[in-house]
Design a protein. Structure first.
Length: 233
């Protein structure tokens, strides 16, 4: 099994964050294989190479089973589970506290409220998506030899890249804080003595905040989505 890397289109999260960059700023563009290569040290590269034996063994074990699980039925089942998890997490992200009233005289505390909300949602996403991904791999291992190999390969890739992905996602609060401060400054600059600043900008930030979290959810679900879509081929 030889993975083919190419210039992948940016994810929704990357596009969202790129729109918040100052004028003239641009994110570096790199080939996917080039970027992944920077994430692997010598020890991890050897581990990835030796993982081929585990992949081959998984395929051989699946081939010895007399009756593999039907791929079409499995696809339907797992697709429904994916949509359920996506729906539950999306609803949680968009849920707002109807009793919360921002204090215009303490807007620093207001961002702390968003930061806590972000931490809570990221924990929910991590727990739910990790559980779903493990479940999908278990079900794929019961299907064809090719899908059993894919399940083992995905597990190896998660071990190699999962930690780095989590560390990158911990940088999201810094982007959100910069966006919060930029909107706050713009609102203050546009206000006059006759028209004090209102909190319309804060409502706009809350929408940006939710869209960024929905984009993060889409990013986290991409490996699971790919595993399930493999059952269509």
């Amino acid at each position: 099994m030889r993975p083919v890397f190419h210039h992948a289109p940016p994810t929704a999260l990357v596009r969202q964050l790129a729109r918040w960059l100052p004028p003239g700023a641009d994110a570096p563009r790199q080939d996917v294989a080039e970027r992944l290569g920077q994430w692997l040290n010598v020890k991890e590269t050897i581990a990835l190479h030796t993982a081929q034996a585990s992949v081959a063994a998984a395929g051989a074990a699946a081939a010895r089973r007399a009756r593999p699980v039907d791929g079409a039925d499995l696809h339907t089942t797992l697709q429904a589970e994916l949509q359920r998890v996506r729906s539950v997490l999306s609803q949680s992200i968009l849920a707002r506290d109807p009793g919360h009233q921002p204090d215009p005289n303490d807007l620093d505390t207001e961002f702390a409220f968003f930061h806590q909300r972000l931490n809570d949602q990221q924990r929910r996403m991590e727990l739910s998506v990790d559980a779903l991904r493990g479940h999908v791999r278990q079900r794929l291992a019961q299907s064809t030899p090719q899908h059993a190999q894919l399940a083992v390969l995905d597990e190896q890739m998660e071990q190699l890249f999962g930690g780095r992905e989590q560390r990158l996602l911990t940088g999201l609060p810094a982007f959100l804080k910069a966006r919060y401060q930029a909107l706050r400054r713009a609102a203050a600059a546009a206000s006059t003595h006759d028209s004090p600043p209102d909190l319309a900008w804060l409502r706009g930030f809350e929408s940006d905040f939710e869209q960024a979290l929905l984009a993060e959810l889409d990013l986290r679900l991409q490996p699971v989505t790919g595993l399930i879509e493999s059952l269509e081929t």
